[in-house]
Design a protein around this ligand. Sequence first.
Ligand SMILES: Nc1ncnc2c1ncn2[C@@H]1O[C@H](COP(=O)(O)OP(=O)(O)O)[C@@H](O)[C@H]1O
Ligand SMILES: O=P(O)(O)OC[C@H]1O[C@](O)(COP(=O)(O)O)[C@@H](O)[C@@H]1O
Ligand SMILES: [Mg+2]
Length: 323
Amino acid sequence: MAEVKKIAVLTSGGDSQGMNAALRAVVRSGLYYGLEVYGIQRGYQGLLENDITQMDLRSVGDIIQRGGTILRSARCEEFKTPEGQQKGADILNQHGIDGLVVIGGDGSYHGANKLSKLGIKTMGLPGTIDNDISFTDYTIGFDTAVSVVVDAVNKLRDTMSSHARSSVVEVMGRHCGDIALHAGLASGAETILVPEVEYNLDEVAARLRENFAKGKRHSIIIVAEGVGRGEDIVCDLKECHASIDARVTVLGHIQRGGAPTPFDRNLASRLGDFAVRSLINGESDKGCGIIKGELVLTDIDKVVNTKKEFDRDLYDLALRLSQ
Ligand SMILES: Nc1ncnc2c1ncn2[C@@H]1O[C@H](COP(=O)(O)OP(=O)(O)O)[C@@H](O)[C@H]1O
Ligand SMILES: O=P(O)(O)OC[C@H]1O[C@](O)(COP(=O)(O)O)[C@@H](O)[C@@H]1O
Ligand SMILES: [Mg+2]
């Protein structure tokens, strides 16, 4: 087994809170174990542009508390081609880099998988607010994004109650309903619309009317972007159920900003260190995750080809409790 001596790290795809904490852990653990560590700017785009610099202990100082990523991030179309991937592997080989830690979402994992087939040892760290990566209970940034949504819903409740209105809140997550589900449960939303569960607008409207009849002074409907636009839901409600006074709020990229929660910082620190130790132990082409508190490695192929399981029990609980 060839010993790993030089590793690199990059952040790719949509940034997420805690990517910096993960980066810090990779660099500091790598140096602790005697490796040389390099940082690649702007994900696979920076790799193809050879934008690579050596990192030291101080280059990751004062970042554990910061959102975003000091390495910056990008989406890179060229890297999706076999030629782009070969070019990336060649550049890493020219630097003598034998291990790469990719901090990103499912798309970035695909890229890592391709590089490993070209002889680069790779590790994936789940850095995305979406929580759409399998074989980990949580992704880095998800907890912070959920807390941003909950904070926003708290504020919306104040004004919605004053006017006896319904608030439709559109949240991110691509095809995954986890941000909507967890934020909905934590904020006591009356309705949670996610791509994993079919819904019927008439039933949503009936529930809103029932809630107001029961004496509720407002109603919160959280819509995952994978279901559709919050604005369309408000329009449909207005068209078919004129008595319902609803307003839409699209939280957008606010969900990706701000200081990571302690949960995300600790998750990132544990996973970053785990990725480095796994590379040293000769592992490659693996996604790092945490399941029931335990650190686990899973083949990236398997991670990207398995749909994240939706927690239907949690969904039903949220609805039961928001009567
Ligand atoms: N099938 C693929 N093969 C190789 N690289 C990919 C593939 N899919 C995505 N990537 C790379 O990963 C980058 C980030 O992917 P994206 O899906 O945008 O974000 P995320 O990693 O956060 O899910 C893409 O811009 C591209 O460079
Ligand atoms: O930042 P962009 O390019 O507008 O993309 C928005 C998308 O990125 C995300 O915030 C994060 O997704 P990824 O982690 O897959 O990049 C999604 O929730 C959202 O749909
Ligand atoms: Mg993704």
